[in-house]
Write a protein that binds this ligand. Structure first.
Ligand code: BJW
Length: 240
């Protein structure tokens, strides 16, 4: 039986679809990134070891695109909900877990955002472990600002690597009353398995441009573009 505490705990899982209307490509849609790039080449540690220049250029291009992208109405609506909790206008708490490596949630004003697949605007030094912010290009011979050795990689979770912040995410999922996914195909684990973890104790909703092709585990689905559906759904929660 589903139970609700007075303070509602909401976990929102976002995917590439929420940033599509900001001009950033998704992965698996027609014309998405995986139509033009081989996953094994650009999204695995083996691919990086094989050809670090190719992988560095792939992420340099995406970092440059991100610099020109702006948060959209869906990102802003989620930030409004978080702000409403802080103001006491909504008796709930919101955690955004994003699979996205962009920073559009933060730029829209969200503060509590967990980047489970890493962040494009950060690199990681394989020599000293530093993870400095990185806004420009990074190439295989770029020295680490901390230890000066040329051993930097994008601070991204590739296939076969363990996603970040899993303990915090697991605790939030175990405690949530409501779980909502926005703009994700549900193809990549462990994120794809979250709905199965929560559906016995939480209401579940999927917001996506496309209606699901097969029966899903979600209680409800809202079909339409994130910029239209998310503000509407947030307005419903806030009762306006
Ligand atoms: C809109 C819209 C609009 C469009 N409005 N909607 C079986 C079981 C469990 C695991 C595995 C398994 N088989 C293999 C695995 C492992 C593997 C995996 O899942 N593989 C699958 C391909 C099967 N997973 C991993 O390796 C992960 N690690 C792992 O499992 O470690 C083990 C472990 C876990 C936990 C604890 C301990 C150990 C790592 C996965 C790393 C994924 N990395 C990437 C790249 C990140 C960097 C980058 O951006 O380059 O993450 S891959 C890529 O896919 C990216 C995304 O975050 C991720 C998900 O994609 P997303 O966001 O769903 O995008 P799309 O394009 O697929 O969908 C977009 C959706 O938006 C569509 O539905 C559209 O309709 C919709 N849309 N416009 C609303 N306007």
């Amino acid at each position: 039986m589903k139970q609700h505490d007075p303070a509602e705990r909401l976990v929102v899982l976002t995917g590439a679809g929420i940033s599509r209307e900001s001009g950033l490509e998704t992965f698996r849609d027609a014309g998405g990134l995986w139509n033009r790039h081989d996953i094994a080449d650009v999204c695995t540690p083996q691919g990086f070891r094989r050809d670090p220049m190719l992988v560095s250029r792939f992420y340099n291009e995406r970092r440059a695109e991100l610099a020109h992208a702006e948060p959209n109405a869906a990102h802003r609506a989620l930030a409004t909900l978080e702000q409403a909790a802080r103001d006491g206008r909504w008796n709930g708490e919101l955690l955004i877990v994003t699979q996205n490596i962009d920073d559009l949630h933060e730029r829209a004003g969200s503060r509590d955002v967990v980047h489970m697949h890493g962040e494009l605007r950060r690199v990681r030094c394989l020599s000293c472990g530093a993870t400095p912010e990185w806004l420009g290009d990074c190439l295989p011979d770029t020295p680490c600002p901390a230890c000066h050795r040329p051993n930097l990689r994008p601070d991204i979770v590739w296939f076969g690597e363990v996603p970040l912040h899993m303990e915090r995410i697991a605790a939030a999922l175990a405690a949530c009353d409501r779980f909502v996914t926005i703009g994700t195909s549900g193809m990549v684990y462990p994120a794809a398995g979250f709905v199965a973890e929560v559906r016995d104790h939480a209401d579940t909703l999927d917001i996506n441009l496309e209606a699901p092709a097969t029966p899903t585990l979600f209680d409800r689905t809202l079909v339409g573009p994130a910029t239209r559906m998310v503000p509407r759904w947030v307005a419903d929660i806030l009762g306006s």
